[in-house]
Design a protein around this ligand. Structure first.
Ligand code: AMP
Length: 464
């Protein structure tokens, strides 16, 4: 199947050609016809599957055919980063269409607020907004949603997690009843279904391989003591001149701590909720342009942010929620490109890791510790006693067979960057866009697949 079977308007097809889109992804194949038929839709698709284009393309096609120039479509997204991201994709597709969009999000300074209000006065067919800021505009009478034809909720599960349900319901009260409503979510817990019944009308349902990490991601793990993690991450980053790496930590304090250690050696930036919006944007843009090669952050960057060509994701801490693992790993191997994901698992996180393997339905390659490292804890998976051991073992770098540590130098490649030459991140306070702590999630599958050799260990597995 190719895009021509959707019979898009020639100028939209031109936009697709310009962006190098040849074939629709599975979610696009399924969702686009339903949206073109004006039906409500619940779509379950994880990030990296091409979900943004799946909802934007049919809407753009409809606007370009019969748009009135009035506000036609509202896209709600959980974070400003995702809102900006979606807006940028819309601008790319609509280059030849003359359809305009405005991103509306909180957290910026007064200038951004004024720019957003001005842009709204000028008018646009599409608004991409975070719920909180939109409520503020609605309350001030700054935006009129009465002409709306489409409401799209992106990352609905994330919006629920962040406590936006009431805001969304308030926003829906401002919308015409005969609109088309489209809900995209990476996961489909029952609370999303219940919520969708309040705002959708006889929706069609589509689901794309929930719980599976993106195709083409080579996944592996190291069973480590906490004291070994820093040295191990340096070792991995020194193996190759990576162009784009994301390292995930469980808390922003850990992000800041690891940043201090790694900045002495690598081109690195820290991304967390204490940063001002303007600094977040600067960092993200430097990372996208490959001026910054390594980004370290919390789950705030794990969803929705689309940076093409990420080679490696390192989970410095095992994610608590198996679905967060899928989102983190979804940062790499975007749209059929290959990528790699390495997870550090300390003893107390072994059960968490076992739950991840259940969710994704495969065994992740166990890497032996690299030469020169002491062995990590024995991996017992589900049988391990969670909360025991792991954290306090010094476990740092030590030459094997050299227990008295006789002063021999470590065999690491030369440092890539002079100490202290990296600017420090702005850590001034800003309202957090950080996700509340992960909740529980149901393991869905338990079948395991076998693995092949990896460059860190003996085996490698590519999900297919
Ligand atoms: P998303 O899941 O919407 O975040 O999209 C992931 C990435 O895939 C983005 O970089 C998109 O530009 C890209 N993408 C989406 N659909 C296609 C397609 N049909 N062909 C090529 N790239 C695509």
């Amino acid at each position: 199947m190719d895009f021509s079977s959707f019979n898009f308007e020639p100028s939209l097809q031109e936009g697709l050609d310009a962006m190098g889109y040849e074939q629709p992804t599975p979610i696009q194949e399924k969702a686009i016809p339903v949206i073109l038929e004006n039906k409500d839709l619940i779509a379950c698709a994880q990030t990296g599957t091409g979900k943004t284009a799946a909802f934007i393309l049919p809407v753009l096609n409809k606007i370009s055919k019969s748009g009135t120039g009035k506000l036609d479509t509202l896209v709600l997204a959980p974070t400003r980063e995702l809102a900006i991201q979606i807006d940028q994709q819309i601008q790319g597709f609509s280059y030849f269409l003359g359809v305009s969009s405005i991103p509306i999000y909180g957290g910026g300074d007064g200038i951004v607020w004024e720019q957003q209000k001005k842009a709204l006065e000028t008018g646009a067919e599409i608004v991409v907004a975070t719920p909180g800021r939109l409520i503020a505009l609605l309350a001030g009478g700054k935006i009129d949603l009465s002409s709306l034809n489409h409401l799209i909720l992106d990352e609905a599960d994330r919006m629920m997690d962040m406590g936006f349900s009431d805001d969304i319901l308030k926003i829906v009260n401002y919308l015409p009843k005969d609109r088309q409503t489209i809900l995209f979510s990476a996961t489909m817990p029952s609370k999303i279904r219940q919520f969708s019944m309040k705002i959708l009308n006889k929706p069609e349902e589509i689901s794309i391989a929930i719980g599976k990490t993106a195709e083409g991601v080579t996944q592996s793990m190291f069973s480590v003591h906490d004291g070994q993690k820093e040295e191990l991450v340096r070792h991995i980053l020194s193996q190759k001149q990576y162009e784009a790496v994301i390292i995930f930590c469980s808390t922003k304090e850990k992000v800041k701590g690891l940043y201090k250690v790694l900045r002495k050696q690598f081109e690195i930036e820290a991304f967390h909720s204490d940063l001002e919006q303007v600094d977040r944007e600067k960092i993200m843009s430097a990372f996208k342009n490959k001026a910054v090669k390594i980004l370290i952050g919390t789950d705030i960057i794990s969803r929705g942010i689309d940076v093409v060509g990420i080679e490696l994701v390192i989970n410095f801490d095992t994610p608590s929620d198996p679905e967060d693992y899928v989102h983190r790993v979804g940062r790499t191997a975007r749209a059929d490109k290959e990528g790699e994901a390495i997870t550090f698992v300390n003893q107390k996180d072994q059960q968490k890791f076992a739950r991840i393997e259940k969710l994704i339905g495969m065994e992740i390659t166990r890497n032996p510790m690299p030469e020169g490292f002491e062995p990590g804890p024995v991996y017992l998976g589900e049988k391990s006693k969670s909360g025991h051991g792991g954290g306090n073992h010094s476990g740092g770098f030590k030459k094997k067979g050299n227990s008295n540590n006789s002063g021999k130098k470590k065999k690491f490649p030369p440092r890539q960057k002079a100490e202290g030459s990296q600017s420090s991140p702005n850590t001034s306070s800003n309202p957090p866009a950080e996700k509340p702590k992960a909740k529980s999630s149901e393991p869905q599958t338990s079948n395991t697949e076998s693995s092949k050799p990896s460059k860190y260990g003996q085996r490698k597995n590519v999900i297919d």
